[in-house]
Structures are given as C-alpha cells and as structure tokens.
Design a protein. Structure first.
Length: 307
C-alpha cells in the first residue's frame, strides 16, 4: 500500500520526519508558513547525527487547499495553533484519511475529535532532540524514535503501515496499543524538563548535574507517575530513573518550550500542564509541584506578551 502523506507544520519535527520519509522515496507533501518561498527555491536541508542530506525538490505548499488529498496527515504544529486545525485539515481529507498529532501534551486528540467527529485521529509521541536553525534548515541533535497510537476511528491497519514506512526511512517507529499510557509516559519527561529549563534559564544537562534541581525533577516525575496511575495509565517501576539516564546520555539540549520562551513565542502550557492537572484532579490526585510550575510559566507567559 502506497500512502500519500501531508505534513502540517514543517518546523523541526515536520521537517525532520517528513524529510526522512521523502528521502526514502515516500509521497510527502509539506505545508509551510514563513519558509515556503525559501524552500521552493532552495529545498529543505536536514543536518542530522545520522547523516546530513538536502532535498532539492520538495512538494511545498503555502495553503492547505492547494495540497492534494492525503491518506495520512502528520500534524507537527505547536499545540498553541490547534484551533486552526479544522480549517487546515478539511481541504485535504478524504473519507478514510487519518490525522496523526505528533505533538506534546494530553487531551489534544479528544479536543480535535470533538471538532471533527467523523475523522480518524491518532497520536504520535516523538522522542527526539531537533530544532529549526534557519529557513528550510532543520538540525537533528539526538534520538528520533516515534510511537503512534490510535485514538478513534478504524485506522489501525494504515497506522501500522505508517510505522513500517518510518522504519524503512531509518526512523524507529512502533504502534502502541494504549495511547493514554504513552502520553502519560512522555509527560514524565516533558513536565519537569520543558518548564524547569524556562524558569531556571538552563539546559537539560545543567538541571541534571545540580543536586537540588535533579531532586526536584525526580519529585515532579513521581507526581506525574502517580497521576498517571490514578488516570488508568500504568507506568513501570523505575521509569523515572530511566528518564534521568536518558537525559544524562543525550547532548545538552534546550527543549521546545525554552526555545519558544526565548524567542517570545507562546508556550505550550495548556496541553503539557493545564490539561494534565485538570485530568488528574478529576481522577482524585493533585500534582502540587506541577501546579506551582504551571503558575510560574503562566506568569512568564504573560510577562512575555506584555514586553
């Protein structure tokens, strides 16, 4: 089965994952915002620890209604733009299309399903260190694994083929049976590291090396794990230590929230912090340290807006 892919949001994730699929010969169509003219003229450049490459010919579009109908839509926008998704997606969906939200946070598939109730929706969990370093220029620093799970619709077969396509493109990809569990597992890392790099103005290595911040990270991870259990998502023992070891072994890194804050862009507070806090509260568990971190981020977000 040949799948036609649409990449919605060609930043760090969309540029890397879509670029790897295109390099492997897959049929990929990219929606761009500010980089459209540059990419049409110069192509897409990927600098990667796995090997650099350049796509001179890219199926690039400035508007989604100019794109062909796609079988799989890989949404790689920041969640702060998710209110745009129904308008962006409807022109390129057919009856059997599936939307894969390769985004951070919790509750985003449920929200989109309410807006687009007849669409098959899946979630994508990217374990990757990547950043956009210039127009049409993506730098892949470390890792790259992708987990995909179904939220709603009859799309398991095509999602398994998507995983096969990614594996053929040298991206380790796996289909997961429990998307809720996978999203909570990702939050074990995202909640402490995204927020603390912002409020402490630090990179991941600095937080891990300092004993007080390292202890705070472990305590926050413990809160997330307990919240996950209250919400029906089992996380294996010692998963927090596994995340610490993973971070120790990765290149020093500024997560996406730190880059957004430094560049005065909106931070993805709602789906990474507010929604998990709300969902855990409804399940009877309070993440007290995470509440404090969310309040600090909301303060800095408002301060950034008023600069």
């Amino acid at each position: 089965m040949t799948i036609r892919y649409g990449v919605i949001g060609t930043g760090a994730l969309g540029g890397f994952y879509g670029g790897m699929l295109a390099r492997a010969g897959k049929d990929v169509h990219f929606l761009f915002n500010s980089d459209y003219k540059h990419v049409k003229k110069h192509g897409l450049r990927i600098d990667s620890i796995s090997g650099n490459f350049h796509l001179s010919q890219v199926n690039a579009y400035a508007l989604s209604d100019q794109m062909p109908l796609c079988d799989v839509l890989l949404v790689c926008l920041k969640t702060t733009n998710n209110h745009l998704l129904p308008t962006l997606l409807r022109p390129i969906l057919h009856a059997n299309s599936v939307v894969v939200l390769i985004q951070n946070g919790l509750g985003l598939e449920a929200d989109l399903s309410q807006q687009m109730p007849y669409t098959a929706i899946a979630g994508g969990l990217a374990f990757i260190c990547a950043s956009k370093t210039g127009p049409g220029h993506i730098t892949h620093h470390d890792y790259g694994k992708l987990n995909i799970g179904l939220h709603c619709g009859n799309a398991e077969t095509i999602l398994r083929q998507v995983c096969n396509d990614f594996n053929e493109a040298n991206i380790p990809a796996h289909f997961v049976d429990d998307l809720n569990q996978a999203r909570w597992q990702k939050l074990v890392w995202n909640i402490p590291f995204n927020g603390l790099t912002v409020v402490m103005n630090s990179a991941t290595d600095q937080l891990i090396q300092q004993k007080h911040s390292r202890q705070l990270i472990l305590e926050m991870m413990g809160e997330v794990i307990h919240a996950a259990h209250h919400c029906g998502a089992h996380i294996a023992p010692h998963f927090d230590q596994k995340m610490i070891e993973l971070t120790e072994n990765m290149a020093p890194y500024a997560p996406s929230m730190k880059l957004d804050y430094d560049n005065q862009r909106p931070m993805e507070i709602h789906y990474i912090y507010t929604r998990p806090l709300e969902i855990a509260h409804k399940a009877g568990f309070e993440m007290k340290r995470v509440v404090m971190l969310e309040a600090q981020l909301q303060f800095l977000e408002e301060k950034n807006r008023n600069r």
